[in-house]
Design a protein around this ligand. Structure first.
Ligand SMILES: O=C(O)[C@H](O)COP(=O)(O)O
Length: 290
């Protein structure tokens, strides 16, 4: 198994059972932790390259399909998982095809196409508001790289809300895949990372965590920003430090969690360190004016 550098915690001392989202943990659980060797594995990854990644467009809730390269990246992710001898009991993904198809390629590669797959809007990409459909480099040229970095990576500044005359407004808002949620009053018009975390974490806490505690091995295929939210939560990364985290497409990373659902170590990638580092830099550079 090749493991890349860890994305460090801002404050490791905070990584105890004190987080409001870590349910069922108390002091006695903490005290027992040292004598218990129970570890839980969870694997996550961002989808493979999509057509809109290739064109460098803000995508968010628009349903851009995988490119051929994206499909190959997903298969390679499956190979890395196979080489690491990991198999799964349950999969979770978003309602967007790029994440679902990435999962399909992986499950095919590891010969686990039959495991249950749960799909939820709560794992969707953050909604990019009225930036949806705009080219990232051109937007940087127009509004400045600093502003684009704020829109892409700041913790609590959402992009401008999507307008009714945005070319993609109808196909996103009226998409029947959202008939079971979010409810109309919660349907996002744009989301900051903070807002994304607010709708993703209840799924982590109420659906994913109980399955992990139950001893199930999970794979989660989702998106750059819904996963940044989960990583921020697990690794207790500060609002400032999270701005520097850029997730590459289709590179699996994993956590080993203790019984309190606290990571035993920060996130680790499965992949060649140099390749992953370059891929992360290239994601960061998508917001530079060309
Ligand atoms: O929605 C998008 O455009 C991408 O999937 C993620 O974009 P980002 O890296 O600009 O946040």
């Amino acid at each position: 198994m090749i493991v890349l550098q860890r994305f460090g915690r801002a404050n490791p001392s905070l990584s105890q059972c004190s987080g409001g989202h870590q349910q069922g943990c108390n002091l006695s659980a903490l005290q027992q932790r040292s004598s218990s060797s129970k570890k839980f594995l969870v694997v996550m990854l961002r989808h493979g390259e999509s057509e809109w990644n290739q064109k460098n467009l803000f995508c968010g809730w628009y349903d851009a399909p995988l490119t051929e390269k994206g499909a190959k990246e997903a298969t390679l992710a499956g190979k890395a998982i196979k080489d690491a001898k990991i198999n799964f009991d349950i999969a979770h993904t978003s309602l967007l095809s790029r994440a679902q198809d990435t999962l399909k390629h992986i499950l095919k590669e590891i010969g686990q196409e039959c495991i249950p797959v749960h799909k939820t809007w709560r794992l969707n990409e953050r909604h990019y508001g009225n930036l949806t459909g705009l080219n990232k480099a051109e937007t940087a040229k127009k509004y400045g790289e600093k502003q684009v970095k704020i829109w892409r990576r700041s913790y609590d500044t959402p992009p401008p809300p999507i307008k009714k005359d945005n070319k993609y407004y109808e196909c996103i808002t009226k998409d029947p895949r959202y008939c079971e949620g979010p409810p109309p009053e919660e349907f996002p018009k744009s989301e900051s990372l903070k807002m994304t975390i607010k709708r993703t974490l209840p799924y982590w806490d109420n659906v994913i965590v109980p399955q992990i505690r139950d001893g199930k091995k999970l794979i989660i295929t989702a998106h750059g920003n819904s996963l940044r939210g989960i990583i921020k939560h697990l690794d207790k990364i500060s609002d400032e430090a999270i701005m520097q985290l850029n997730l590459p497409t289709a590179v699996p990373f994993f956590y080993e969690l203790d019984e309190c659902m606290v990571p035993l170590a920060p996130m680790k990638f499965l992949g060649d360190p140099e390749t992953v580092k370059k891929a992360m830099e290239s994601v960061a550079n998508q917001g530079k004016a060309k």
